[in-house]
Design a protein around this ligand. Structure first.
Ligand SMILES: Cc1ncc(COP(=O)(O)O)c(C=O)c1O
Length: 405
C-alpha cells in the first residue's frame, strides 16, 4: 500500500497502544487504575448543557460563520478582558474544533517548509508532530540543568535564521510547571525584538495552585496586538470539563486570523454549532466550577506528591498547576515505555511514558481522578518497583506476591 511520506513521518503513539491494552483488561474485569487521563471527571457546567439542549430542540443546527458565532466571539472578548486585561475585537478571534485544531490551523498559516519551530521540553506530545504535518522542523530545547523551567538562554542558543515560531505551554502538560514571570517577560521581549512568533498555549491557565499568579505573555508585550507576534491559544476543554465539545480558539493579529479563516473554511468549516452554543453558556455562566476544580486538583496534587516521595529512587518536582506530574524514574533502569508496560502488566496501573513528552525515564501521572485511585495507584507502583515495600499486595480481591525484586 502506498502511504505518503508525510503520514509515515508521524510517530505512532505508545500511549494509544497502552490505553487500548488497558481498555481490554478493564473489559475483562481487571482492576485497572488509570493514572494516564487527560481530562477531569468534573461535570460540564449546567449553563452549557442547557444552552446546547435548547439549541438542539429548535431543530436548527446548521453551519455558522467559519470563525465562530458572534455570541461566542463576544464571550471570548469578555473572557480575554477579564482574564488577560487585554482588549481584543472579533476580528482578532477564530473559534476552532478544540485548541488542537486551533494550533494546527495556525501552524498551517505560519510555517513554510523547513521553517523551524522551537518547542521547550517537556512538551505536549502533539506539538512536534503538528509542526511536521506542515513540513516544518521541530527544534526541541531542553534546560541544561534538566529542570522543567525552560531558560531563555537555552532558547536563544537554538534560534537560527529558519526560526519562525516558539511554542510555550504554561501551566505545562506534562510537568505541571508554571513558567516564571521573569522567563515570560524575557521571552516576549526576545521574540518581539527578533520578529519571532510566540505561540502561548494557555489551555490550563486557571489551574494554578498555591495562590500563584498566571504569567500571561500579554502582560509583557510592548506592542499593539496588530503589530505583535504574540498569539494565544485557549479553549473550554480543560477548565470547563468540556473535552468532548471540541471548542478552542486563537487570539491573534487580524491579518493572521483572516488567513486562518481561509484555511479552516477549506478544511473543516465552522466548529460544531451545538458546541459553540454550549461554550457561550460555559463562558457566560457561573464560574465557580473552575475554582472548585482547581481546589480539588491542588489537594490531589499534594496527595500524589506525598505518596510518590515515599518511593525510594523516585524524584518528583512539585507541579505548580494542571493535573499532571512528571516524576523521574530513571533510577529503576527501564525506558519509560518498558516501565509503563511493566506497571500495566504487573499491577494494572496505566501511566504515560515520558518519552512521548521528550523526557525519557520519566512517567506522566495524572491526579484528576479520585483520591482512592491516586493512593492505591501509587501504592501499587511502589510495590512493583521498590524493594523496601512489603512482598505482598491485594489488587482487587487478588493477592499478589512479588517475585522480581
Ligand atoms: C497543552 C495542551 N494543548 C492543547 C490540548 C488540546 O486541547 P483541546 O481538547 O481543546 O483540543 C491539550 C489536551 O490535552 C493540551 O494538553
Amino acid at each position: 500500500m502506498s502511504i505518503s511520506q508525510l503520514a509515515r513521518s508521524i510517530a505512532d503513539s505508545p500511549t494509544l497502544r497502552l490505553n487500548e491494552q488497558a481498555r481490554i483488561l478493564k473489559e475483562k474485569g481487571e482492576p485497572v487504575i488509570h493514572l494516564g487521563a487527560g481530562e477531569p471527571k468534573s461535570k460540564v457546567p449546567m449553563e452549557a448543557i442547557r444552552s446546547a439542549a435548547a439549541q438542539i430542540t429548535t431543530g436548527e443546527v446548521r453551519y455558522t460563520p467559519t470563525d465562530g458565532i458572534p455570541e461566542l466571539k463576544k464571550a471570548i472578548i469578555r473572557y480575554t478582558e477579564e482574564n488577560y486585561a487585554k482588549n481584543v475585537g472579533p476580528e482578532n478571534i477564530i473559534v476552532s474544533g478544540g485548541a488542537k485544531q486551533a494550533l494546527s490551523v495556525l501552524l498551517t498559516c505560519l510555517i513554510n517548509p523547513q521553517d523551524e519551530v522551537i518547542i521547550t521540553a517537556p512538551y505536549w506530545v502533539s506539538y512536534p508532530e503538528m509542526v511536521k504535518l506542515v513540513y516544518g522542523v521541530p527544534v526541541i530545547v531542553r534546560s541544561e540543568d534538566g529542570r522543567f523551567q525552560p531558560r531563555v538562554q537555552d532558547i536563544k542558543a537554538a534560534v537560527s535564521s529558519y526560526t519562525k515560531a516558539i511554542i510555550v505551554n504554561s501551566p505545562n502538560n506534562p510537568s505541571g510547571a508554571v513558567y516564571t514571570a521573569e522567563f515570560m517577560a524575557e521571552l516576549v521581549e526576545f521574540c518581539e525584538t527578533k520578529g519571532i512568533y510566540l505561540i502561548s498555549d494557555d489551555i490550563y491557565h486557571k489551574l494554578i495552585f498555591d495562590g500563584k499568579p498566571f504569567n500571561s505573555a500579554y502582560k509583557y508585550t510592548k506592542k499593539d496586538l496588530e503589530d505583535s507576534k504574540l498569539i494565544v491559544i485557549n479553549g473550554v476543554s480543560k477548565l470547563y470539563a468540556m473535552t468532548g465539545f471540541r471548542i478552542g480558539w486563537t487570539v491573534a493579529p487580524k491579518k493572521i486570523v483572516e488567513v486562518m479563516i481561509n484555511v479552516q473554511a477549506q478544511t473543516t468549516s465552522c466548529p460544531s454549532t451545538v458546541s459553540q452554543v454550549a461554550s457561550v453558556g460555559a463562558l457566560n455562566g457561573i464560574q465557580s466550577g473552575i475554582e472548585s476544580l482547581r481546589f480539588m486538583l491542588q489537594n490531589n496534587r499534594d496527595i500524589m506528591v506525598q505518596e510518590l516521595k515515599s518511593i525510594d529512587g523516585v524524584h518528583i518536582e512539585k507541579p505548580g498547576g494542571t493535573f499532571y506530574c512528571l516524576p523521574d524514574f530513571r533510577a529503576f533502569g527501564k525506558t519509560s515505555v518498558q516501565l509503563c508496560e511493566f506497571l500495566l502488566n504487573k499491577v494494572r496501573v496505566v501511566t504515560v511514558p515520558g518519552k512521548e513528552f521528550g523526557m525519557e525515564g520519566h512517567l506522566r501521572l495524572s491526579y484528576c481522578g479520585t483520591v482512592k485511585d491516586i493512593t492505591e495507584g501509587v501504592a501499587r507502583i511502589k510495590w512493583a518497583i521498590d524493594p523496601s515495600a512489603p512482598n505482598e499486595i491485594f489488587i482487587g480481591d487478588r493477592k499478589l506476591v512479588r517475585d522480581w525484586l
